[in-house]
Ligand binder design. Structure first.
Ligand code: NAD
Length: 490
């Protein structure tokens, strides 16, 4: 059985201990992964620091770094078929999603390859022509990156590409549920010609390798994506060393369906918004606010749509929804079904394990709709991270906006309406980092992605995401050839 290894200073290496990697569709062990601890993290951080301090990587002409990033995109496309198959087996991605995500990852590398020359500063106004004043952006040094299991290869690209484009070196700790493509990426980086030590990858569990990376004082910045609970632990560890952090955390995004919305578009926005990757998506629209006058007819259409969704083997091209990542997450979803029922919400469809044939061995869940819910219920407040949509009726747009904003999270929100004025009115008032109008879950690499409130700190993607991986420096030059007046001189 294959053991997936760490990738440190350009070489693969193992650990004394390993952990099993299971296919969520079948429960079968597909390999072992090296179980890194503080020792491997320290080695990886030292390799990254040494590379940053003693090589020309950070000062390299942006065009050369851009060429390397573009090579990475080419190598990924060359190995796309193999990578997609690994993502299906490791993360339970449907084959269609896996193919799309490998291509998106390549596009991320291409996008930041173009931006390597956009790390630019400003010239600042000065009081006299004898002075020159400017601001530059410089790489930060070593970036420590910790990611979750729901979009393994895309998230790896979204984190690594801007960090490298800005001239940093990195240490990546992928999720223990999905270490495969991160480990394989090591070989692809060598194939693309990335200098050794620029990217270091340590596999392991969160409390060991993750916590050690968060606590390492030689790391200049921590970039974390995951739950709000663990994000808070990472922030605490960062606080001890005054390390900069970017956190992309959980969500409970609201999608507002106005009575005047295009019905087909709104149903698809609601269904796709919630069910993408079986609801295991941070920005999933899992609270659906429906205008009272269309509530019954909309729910009936949505129920039909949910019941037509094909749950099944992720490697089957016809499958819409694959399995839940593991038993723990599966049990969490089931517990929220019980909570929703006990809170008095109406279970409209779903609410149970999806069974039959090949599904028996995996952790499959039926697309689930709760109706007549209240925004105070736990099924409307907590991130369930499964294919469960909580539907709440509303009377007018201001009430819908107030309900949407009544959440500790602020990752994303949606509005479905044909009225442009209403759309802008809501977009301005919704407390979320992204607002989708008549759509949901659309990915834009060139636009910023960020969480408000307990959904995060800092910004990713776009030029802002590149700048988030740099330090600002201010430089003032005096060209007057006159000495500064000495204190006390008249
Ligand atoms: P998680 O917080 O349990 O784990 C995320 C990562 O943190 C994993 O690599 C894990 O090993 C590591 N980790 C765990 N304990 C740690 C510790 N004590 N110190 C350091 N690292 C530790 O999250 P998950 O279950 O893997 O993913 C689901 C969560 O991620 C959801 O809350 C989801 O909303 C969130 N998420 C957010 C975004 C976003 O961009 N906002 C994107 C994807 C997922």
């Amino acid at each position: 059985m294959k053991t997936y290894q760490h990738f440190i200073n350009g070489e693969f290496q193992g650990s004394h201990q390993t952990f099993e990697i299971r296919n969520p569709a079948t429960g079968v062990t597909i390999g072992l992964a090296a179980r890194g601890t503080g020792t491997e993290i320290a080695q990886a951080v030292d390799a990254a620091r040494e590379t940053f301090q003693t090589t020309s990587w950070g000062d390299m002409d942006g065009r050369l770094r851009g060429a390397l990033l573009r090579n990475i995109a080419c190598v990924i496309r060359r190995h796309a078929v193999e990578l997609a198959a690994l993502e299906v087996a490791d993360a339970g991605k449907t084959i269609g999603d896996a193919r799309a995500e490998i291509e998106i990852a390549a596009q991320v590398w291409d996008y930041y390859a173009d931006l390597t020359q956009s790390v630019i500063g400003t010239v600042n106004a000065v009081p006299s022509p004898d002075q020159f004043d400017y601001t530059v952006r410089q790489p930060m040094g070593v970036i420590g990156i910790i990611i979750p299991w729901n979009f393994p290869f895309v998230l790896t690209a979204l984190k690594l590409a801007p960090a490298l484009a800005a001239g940093n070196t990195v240490v990546l700790k992928p999720a223990e549920e999905t270490p495969v493509t991160a480990s394989v990426l090591g070989g692809l980086l060598n194939e693309a010609g990335v200098p050794h030590g620029v990217v270091n990858i340590v596999l392991g569990v969160g409390e060991e390798a993750g916590a050690a990376l968060a606590a390492n004082e030689k790391v200049d910045k921590l970039v974390f994506t995951g739950s709000t609970e663990v994000g808070s632990l990472v922030m605490k560890a960062a606080a001890r060393n005054i390390t900069d952090v970017t956190l992309e955390l959980g969500g409970k995004s609201a999608n507002i369906i106005c009575a005047d919305a295009d019905r087909e578009q709104a149903v698809m926005s609601a269904a796709f918004g919630c069910l993408l990757h079986s609801g295991q998506c941070c920005c999933a629209g899992t609270r659906l606010l429906i205008e009272r006058s269309i509530y019954d007819s909309f729910m009936s259409q949505l129920k039909d749509c949910f019941e037509r969704v094909r749950v099944g083997d992720p490697s089957d091209e016809r499958t819409h929804l694959g399995p839940i990542i593991n038993e723990k997450q599966f049990q969490r979803i089931q517990s929220y079904i019980d909570i929703g029922k006990s809170e008095g919400a109406t279970l409209v469809t779903g609410g149970a394990r999806a069974l039959g044939g090949a599904l028996e061995k995996g952790f499959y869940y039926q697309p689930t709709l709760f109706g007549n819910a209240g925004n105070g219920m736990r099924i409307a407040r907590d991130e369930i991270f499964g294919p469960v949509l909580t539907c709440i009726p509303f009377e007018d747009l201001d009430q819908a906006i107030a309900l949407a904003n009544d959440s500790s999270y602020g990752l994303a929100a949606g509005v479905c309406t044909r009225d442009l004025i209403k759309a802008h009115y809501a977009a301005r008032r919704l407390q979320a980092g992204t607002v989708w109008i008549n759509t949901f879950n659309g990915l834009a690499l060139n636009a910023p992605f960020l969480g408000w409130k307990r959904s995060g700190i800092g910004v990713e993607r776009g030029v802002e995401g590149l700048h988030d991986h740099t330090r600002l420096k201010h430089v003032r030059i005096d060209m007057s050839r006159k000495a500064l007046p000495v204190f006390g001189d008249s």
